[in-house]
Ligand binder design. Structure first.
Ligand SMILES: C[S@@+](CC[C@H](N)C(=O)[O-])C[C@H]1O[C@@H](n2cnc3c(N)ncnc32)[C@H](O)[C@@H]1O
Length: 240
């Protein structure tokens, strides 16, 4: 029976692909991947480039998910892309869909899976987890995401940040994802919230790529606008 598999390709380094992901990608008839525009590369696809056997006739289909917060535009693309995906499986092909990190953390896979399982309840669908970017970052920078009784909050920075101060009061560790270009506002809010100046402040950008940047300082030491320029950025702020 043909199958659809959502695959987490990890944070960028092909050595961090799981064995299961490599096998599924190499055995697929069709490899699908997200991109923000037609003329932009798919980051998820670039992660697996070295493990794809180019002599095999695997079809590669790029699906466009525009970077917008307009719900109407987003929903239209989810519906259209999930239709394209489902049609490939219904035609008898084994299809994999690649996504950065893990498929169940802020990933387009979530919408694909929801649409397709609603419209095609009998379709065989499975998921292969991937290494989450924030855990890769924790390993690189040598900090724990949580220990003992610590509470962790994960916050997407590109949306309404009005609750950050309240969350900061009730968490020992804050992980900010989704767009480092908003981190200036985040830093200001954390300082206003009274989060201690001696807290660990660690930022990782473009992890697993040749442009990777990792910085570890304290919240009190941060006064540097150059830290906050990249979409692919993770910020971990932790009480000591
Ligand atoms: C749409 S979310 C996808 C998260 C992904 N599913 C995961 O498990 O990590 C994209 C955000 O994840 C973080 N991210 C993912 N990969 C990254 C990387 N290689 N370097 C830095 N940040 C990364 C950034 O915060 C980025 O804005």
């Amino acid at each position: 029976m043909p199958e659809l598999v959502g695959i987490g390709v990890g944070p960028g380094d092909p050595d961090l692909l799981t064995v299961k992901a490599v096998k599924a990608i190499q055995n697929a008839d069709v490899i699908m991947c997200p991109a923000s525009k037609e003329d932009r590369p798919s980051i998820a696809l670039s992660v697996v480039d070295s493990i794809i056997d180019k002599s095999k006739s695997q079809e590669i289909i790029k699906l466009i998910f525009p970077m917008t917060k307009d719900k109407e535009i987003l929903v239209a693309h989810w519906k259209e892309n999930s239709k394209i995906m489902a049609e490939q499986v219904l035609s008898g092909k084994n299809v994999v869909y690649l996504t950065v990190g893990d498929p169940y953390l802020y990933s387009t896979w979530i919408y694909m899976h929801r649409e397709i399982s609603q419209n095609h309840p009998n379709m065989k669908i499975s998921v292969i987890p991937g290494i989450v970017s924030m855990f890769t970052f924790a390993s690189k920078v040598g900090i724990s995401i949580a220990e003992g009784a610590e509470k962790v909050s994960i916050i997407p920075s590109c949306y309404d940040l009005s609750s950050v101060k309240e969350i900061a009061k009730n968490s020992e560790v804050l992980v900010f994802l989704k767009d480092g270009r908003y981190f200036d506002q985040v830093i200001e809010l954390l300082k206003e919230s009274g989060f201690p100046d001696n807290s660990i402040f660690a930022i990782g950008q473009d992890l697993g790529t040749e442009n990777e940047i990792i910085r570890k300082l304290t919240l009190g030491e941060v006064n540097d606008g150059t830290l906050t320029t990249k979409y692919f950025s993770i910020l971990v702020v932790k009480r000591v």
